[in-house]
Design a protein around this ligand. Structure first.
Ligand code: SR1
Ligand code: MG
Length: 386
């Protein structure tokens, strides 16, 4: 039949065709698309006991429309990432019931009983003790398993080849890792930031550091990444009295530098902290970088003895983790900056009564993280910057 773009009314028949719905009554369907790229529908039985999510990649960037075409095969990358995570951290992603490569559509667990982490934080909620630790573990488990420490060399080469994702990587290379530092039509910012935006574009030292991070992003095939691990890609809540943390939306997945995943999480946590500071609602924000890094490092070290290639010795592990830490800081800086003077801004800041003071602080922090990443060797050093 070929690729067809699903509308709300198509979902009941689609779910039946794909063998996901055999109740006599059709589900009720509503579109809940929220991210920049795709459409998401929730299909629920009349009595509310059964519910599924259908996510489809459109042949364009959803928020831009057909004027920004985008290959829908990014859904293949998402399905592949879920498949890999399911082997090592199934408790940290939604259950995937099926992938339809012809229509670039995933049928997944409905997580609407959980909340998007960014939404909760924006409402003033604290992180609590579990969220950042689970995220650090997630990155460690996923990245170790898909690195040369967790996979045999030939299998890794096959994974790298299968996971090449030129269009989505190009988005990141452009909107995160170059456009904010040049004149570009995608860039926009609050007029109160005119001077800083101009200063960043003229800052050749900053630009060279971003070029270094960009080149690392393009060439460092450390592990399969989520690729867009911001707080809008994380859901949190409680089920049967236990905390639940689920990472979703890995469509930007490819084999790249592990620090890109940690860095995106840190950037979004730091921006959220600036929001809380502006509103006087600071709680446990200050500790999230440390909690996620310590959980990442602890889990990576726990997995280290299982490595497939013992030539990588313990001293190399220390060196490797140091590199991941430093690159994570740099990527955190680039993510903060692009979210304020580039494309795709964050509601954390845009919904503040006056976004300018918090945005200025965040921009300057982002710059420090990039240019001083080699000197900032502990979470305490980063805390001191704040
Ligand atoms: C054109 S897409 C802009 C951003 O949305 C996604 O969530 C990624 O963060 C991307 O950079
Ligand atoms: Mg997304």
């Amino acid at each position: 039949m070929g690729y067809r773009i699903l509308e709300t009314d198509d979902i009941p028949a689609y779910l039946r065709e794909r063998g996901h719905w055999d109740d006599p009554a059709d589900p009720r369907v509503r579109e809940v698309s929220d991210g920049n790229m795709n459409r998401v529908f929730l299909a629920t039985s009349a009595d509310g006991t059964r519910s599924l999510a259908v996510k489809q990649a459109l042949p364009w960037v959803r928020v831009a429309g057909p004027s920004w075409p985008m290959n829908p095969d990014r859904a293949d990358a998402e399905a592949r990432a879920y498949e890999q995570v399911a082997k090592v951290a199934p408790d940290k992603i939604p259950a995937v019931h099926g992938y339809d490569p012809e229509n670039y559509a995933l049928v997944m667990e409905d997580m609407s009983d959980l909340e998007v982490l960014r939404t909760l934080l924006n409402e003033g909620a604290p992180y609590g003790p579990h969220t950042s630790a689970r995220i650090g573990e997630f990155v460690a488990q996923f990245s170790f398993a898909t690195s040369d420490f967790g996979m045999a060399s030939a299998d890794r080469k096959a994974l790298i080849a299968a996971s090449v994702s030129p269009e989505l990587c190009k988005i990141t290379e452009d909107v995160v890792l170059s456009e904010p530092y040049i004149e570009h039509e995608h860039n926009h910012w609050h007029e109160g930031l005119d001077d800083l935006a101009a200063r960043f574009r003229a800052d050749t030292g900053l630009r060279t550091e971003v070029a270094d991070l960009r080149h690392t992003f393009m060439t460092s095939a450390q592990a399969l990444l989520h690729g867009d691990l911001h707080t809008g890609s994380i859901m949190v809540g409680e089920r049967e009295g236990a905390p639940v943390v689920r990472v979703f939306d890995p469509e930007f997945s490819f084999v790249g530098p592990i620090g890109y995943d940690l860095g995106l999480y840190w950037a979004n946590a730091l921006v959220s902290q600036e929001r809380a500071r502006a509103l006087g609602t600071l709680s446990d924000h200050d500790d999230q970088l440390r909690l996620s890094w310590e959980a990442f490092e602890t889990e990576f070290r726990r997995l280290w003895p299982t490595r497939v290639d013992p030539f990588f010795d313990d001293a190399y592990l220390d060196r490797f983790l140091r590199r991941v830490w430093t690159e994570s800081l740099g990527y955190a800086g680039t993510e903060i900056i692009r979210r304020i003077i580039g494309f795709a801004h964050l509601t954390d800041l845009t919904t503040l009564p006056d976004p300018v003071p918090a945005s200025r602080r965040a921009l300057l922090l982002g710059r420090e993280l990039i240019v001083r990443r080699a000197q900032l060797t502990t979470p305490e050093h980063v805390r001191a910057l704040l």
